[in-house]
Design a protein around this ligand. Sequence first.
Ligand code: SF4
Length: 501
Amino acid sequence: MNEIIPPKDTAPEKIRCDACPVMCYIAEGRAGACDRYANHQGNLVRLDPLTVLQNSGHKLVPFLADTAHDDWDGDIIKGARTFVTAVGAGTTYPDYKPAPFIVSQEVDGVDMITVVTEGIFSYCGVKVKIDTDRHIGHECDPVYAAGEHVGHVTTSEYGSKMLSLGGVEHLTGGSKSEGRVTCDTLLRLCNREAVELVIGKDGHQTTVIVQAGKAPIINGAPEKLMRVGCGSATIGMFAKQWLGHTDDVVVVDDHITGVLSEHEAGKQLNVAPTGIKLLGRRSTPGRYFQVAKPGTGWGGTDIDDPLRIIGPFNAKVARPGLRLFMVSTTGEQSAYYELDDDLTPQLRSTPAVLQKSADLIAENCEPSVCSVLFMGGAGGSLRAGVTENPVRLTKSVKDALTHVSSGGAKSYIWPGGGITFMVDVLDMPTGSFGYVPTPALVAPIEFTLRRHDYQALGGHMSEIRPVEDTALQDLRRLTLNPDQHDPLEAAHFRWSRRSKS
Ligand code: SF4
């Protein structure tokens, strides 16, 4: 990131940027501290083009494919519906100023307004979902980037580990360096770059490289598969595959390890008891917690030898020659044993039919990916840029009269107070995010509603311009895929639902 240019030098060739609280003085031919604005022959210019999405009338096109600038003939309407995103729109400061673009257009006979701004988010962060069974850290463990504390491990989800990164406490509540590194980490993750994170405290650290839409790399090893289910679910799903080919099956899992002969699935399929003894805490029949410590071994445990989770077989039930198949929740690890005369499992080569069942488990696993969801709260500057009465905007969003999108992408609005939204960065145009060195993240946000609803909430009516006027801007045009979210679709609004009923 650039150094903040101190607002001391008022030499005539410098101009002042008033797009954020930093208020840079920018010399001719130079960019401001955020690299978003520059002094071009005495004019303050936004360096990135304004991004518009064009609904081409259900023509099949690559997902959000960039259209070369040169192909653009300046006709923004061209018979197709155009949505002006906030990517490249710029920011306004202080709060009372209207948003940079407030555009109108008729959509299926309805006069619609879209208020477009790049919001400056101090209250923001990312939620990262990492599809893996491997242990990357305990809940609440700190997450570091470039040696700075940028977030923590949060509650695991089914087959995935979760991180919560950023937030106001790391952006502004710690040291200057912590804030700068947190902002840079969020920016890179949101712009789909790879970021190396270190999770946990000294002596118990895991290194994870995270990139939206890509497999995580955990301690140098790229993760391949997301488990098909927990050990118990795997027993339930594949129990029939094993009948007649082995006497018992253990599916090793850090969460719930499953045992076929004790599991309800085994009972219903008349699998006889085998005298097996699992170490760990028994939950319900055939389901065991805490068979080992979490780690990067079999099924997200710390073991590479599955026999470590088995105690002595019950001599009253077990017999020499009894067959045991052990497999992990992704099917990537498996082993086949037969009991010797002392009832001790001896490793044997895996019969082809059992190897096939491990392959079937692997086949049913989805590819492991990292998902990055930006989450932010629309504060004063954003809402005041839309209306002089900001709470009315919040109510309008809750009443489904105003639709919120981010770079044109679908956003999830949290219930309760404020406008706290979440969006998948992969649904957004590339390069959607920027930063200001306060530090805070810059993210696009658009509010779309009917003209008379906009008037009713105290909108900046005199600032409305026809969408055609945006053709005067430097534009980046993207084509809306028919399967993609269309922010202008009537179905988003309560009034369209009423008219149907
Ligand atoms: S940091 Fe960027 S937006 Fe803020 S004043 Fe400087 S150039 Fe303008």
